[in-house]
Design a protein around this ligand. Structure first.
Ligand SMILES: NC(=O)c1ccc[n+]([C@@H]2O[C@H](COP(=O)([O-])OP(=O)(O)OC[C@H]3O[C@@H](n4cnc5c(N)ncnc54)[C@H](O)[C@@H]3O)[C@@H](O)[C@H]2O)c1
Length: 442
């Protein structure tokens, strides 16, 4: 049944002028995204996997037959208005970097070469203490406060040079070592003092997030890094009226987990164990070969089942799950990851059953449309006057960032309902609860 939304439609500024997309980390994900958008604009490919470009949204009752495409319903920036830039710790331009990443076919890359060659990284803010398996030399020097200032300068120069009306930043850099919240993360006052004192508890990805949020630029964290998931940066995002979202894009194995686990729970089938293993040979895999970075990823991957299955409510079904996740760096596989899942379930009277999934996925092919959607939705959120954590974008993340004290919603289908209802709410359309009594009561 359609429920009257509580608000009228929000005042949303029109998406006029150029939208600059700034990406710290011009590696496999970022270049697959950029090259993909250019290819789509040239008619060389379709934006499969992108909600903003392909999905429809039902409005009103089922009998009304109103199902526009999302991009025709909410005012999103046009792909022709996107301008790309970013930072890396290696000097390669986007053509070289995409070629090295080996995700896209070389014949396609050759057709995009002139545009990709022009996108050159700015010097990155980097420290090997946080990503031990990389050693780039294209970096900025100075203490953390000076580096934050330099990033803000880069942002302003980019905006001016490219005549952008608005900007969005998505962290597509490597996974940093596992970090826990410290006092320096508790408030923006502490954080800025920490930058000035060059605190080791402030990682490079946090400095990029700080620079963006300080400038009021919407920011998303595509990696599992702690990054903007700290009270200091959430506080800053409210002050500067900046939408933020994170963390860790939900692509291969975890995407499948959040599709399958809600199904098992819906049918009250028990789960005894879930063993997930992966082989991949891209730079991300190399970074994750370091136990520090792997721990950050592992935490992010493990949390999903617990939240979806709610063992505290269903101890007999989900109280004793053995959940293991392994990632193995295996060079020949490149970006074409192979994942195996063994799932031990049980049904009626406790009889055991097994499921085996062998997913031969392409990591960056799954990630690129997420980056595009985050860019367009965060820009929309900014123009709609939304700020702070955008939980309606949790659909895209393995570890959705939420307000303190609120557990994250991991079920993909609940997340999609939340996303679409948020769009309806923004546009003053009725929210859809799927009760549907009105079709039968008449
Ligand atoms: N590919 C996926 O499906 C997927 C899914 C979820 C999350 N992620 C995350 O997205 C991120 C990017 O993944 P990828 O496959 O493109 O990795 P990648 O290694 O190909 O690219 C990361 C790039 O970031 C650069 N970099 C590292 N630290 C930097 C810094 N401080 N400043 C600027 N640049 C820096 C590296 O040099 C590299 O070019 C990783 O954190 C990964 O865990 C990827």
């Amino acid at each position: 049944m359609a429920e009257k939304s509580k608000t009228k439609n929000l005042e949303i500024e029109k998406p006029e002028g150029k939208l600059g997309v700034l990406l710290p980390g011009l590696g496999a994900v970022a270049t697959t995204f950029i090259a993909g958008v250019i290819a789509i604009k040239k008619g060389l490919g379709k934006p499969f996997g992108s909600i903003t470009q392909m999905q429809t949204i039902r409005l009103g009752k089922r009998t009304e037959k109103r199902t526009p495409k999302i991009k025709d319903f909410v005012p999103l920036a046009d792909l022709n208005e996107l301008v790309f830039g970013g930072w890396d710790i290696f000097k390669d331009d986007c053509y070289q970097s995409a070629k090295k990443a080996g995700v896209l076919d070389i014949n396609l890359l050759e057709k995009l070469k002139p545009e990709l060659k022009k996108i050159k990284p700015m010097r990155g803010v980097f420290n090997r203490d946080y990503v031990r398996n990389l050693d780039g030399d294209f970096i900025k020097w100075g203490n953390r406060w000076e580096m934050a200032k330099k990033l803000i300068e880069d942002i302003k120069n980019f905006k001016k040079k490219n005549k952008c009306q608005r900007l969005v930043m998505i962290w597509c850099g490597s996974t940093e070592v596992y970090m826990e919240r410290k006092a320096v993360h508790n408030s923006i006052k502490n954080f800025e003092e920490g930058l000035k004192k060059d605190s080791k508890f402030i990682s490079p990805s946090m400095i990029y997030a700080y620079a963006a949020i300080k400038e009021g630029i919407p920011f998303a964290n595509a990696s599992p890094n702690l990054c903007c998931d700290i009270p200091a940066l959430v506080e800053l995002s409210k002050i500067t009226k900046t939408p933020i979202a994170g963390k860790d894009m939900k692509t291969g194995q975890t995407l499948l987990k959040t599709i399958i686990a809600p199904g098992l729970k819906a049918r009250m089938l028990g789960l005894r164990g879930w063993f997930s293993t992966n082989i991949l040979g891209n730079r991300d895999g190399l970074v994750l070969d370091d136990p520090g970075s792997f721990k950050t990823k592992e935490k992010s991957k493990l949390s999903v089942l617990e939240y979806i299955l709610q063992p505290h409510l269903y101890p007999e079904l989900y109280g004793e799950i053995d959940h293991k996740v392994r990632i193995n760096y295996y060079l020949p596989r490149g970006d074409n990851k192979e994942a195996w899942d063994n799932i031990d379930i049980f049904g009626w009277l406790g009889y055991p059953m097994q499921m085996k999934i062998n997913f031969l996925c392409r990591d960056s092919i799954l990630a690129a449309p997420i980056v595009l959607d985050l860019v367009l939705f965060l820009d929309l959120a900014k123009r709609a006057g939304l700020s702070g954590i955008q939980e309606w974008l949790s659909f895209y993340f393995k570890s959705p960032q939420t307000v303190k004290g609120l557990y994250p919603e991991h079920d993909l289908f609940i997340q999609l309902t939340k996303l679409k209802n948020t769009l309806r709410w923004m546009m003053g359309e009725e929210l859809i609860t799927h009760l549907g009594r009105e079709y039968y009561d008449a």
